[in-house]
Design a protein around this ligand. Structure first.
Ligand SMILES: [Zn+2]
Length: 116
């Protein structure tokens, strides 16, 4: 939701998107690299949007799933990428941390809430 209370859809991805593909009511999150849902949440905070939920068209990666759930933004039925994808509701935060080795690696800071 934007600052005026209008509901919009924030579009983010792990690749650059051409804005010509946007539909009415969609707002493109500038591509910064890294995790799509984390880029979106950061963009929303920086630009005065209130995020109601995240609803990716592919399963969340464990890092995005962890951050989105911490922020209370995941929907029932959300899936986490894996082989095969796993329902988020069946995973604990510790499970997610185990699934995503990068959360303990050198780029951990970019995923750390305190750096937002
Ligand atoms: Zn991610």
């Amino acid at each position: 939701m934007d600052a005026s209370g209008k509901t919009v859809t924030l579009i983010s991805a792990t690749v650059e998107i051409d804005p010509v593909h946007l539909k009415p009511g969609e707002v493109l999150v500038p591509f910064e690299g890294g995790h799509a849902e984390i880029q979106k949440i950061r963009f929303a905070i920086a630009n005065g949007y209130k995020v109601l939920y995240v609803n990716p068209n592919i399963p969340l990666c464990p890092t995005c799933a962890f951050q989105a759930r911490q922020a209370g933004l995941t929907l029932r039925g959300a899936m986490v990428s894996g082989k095969p994808a796993v329902p988020l509701d069946t995973l604990t935060d510790a499970d997610l941390a185990r699934m995503e080795p990068r959360t303990t690696g050198p780029d951990f800071k970019t995923h750390d809430k305190k750096s937002w």
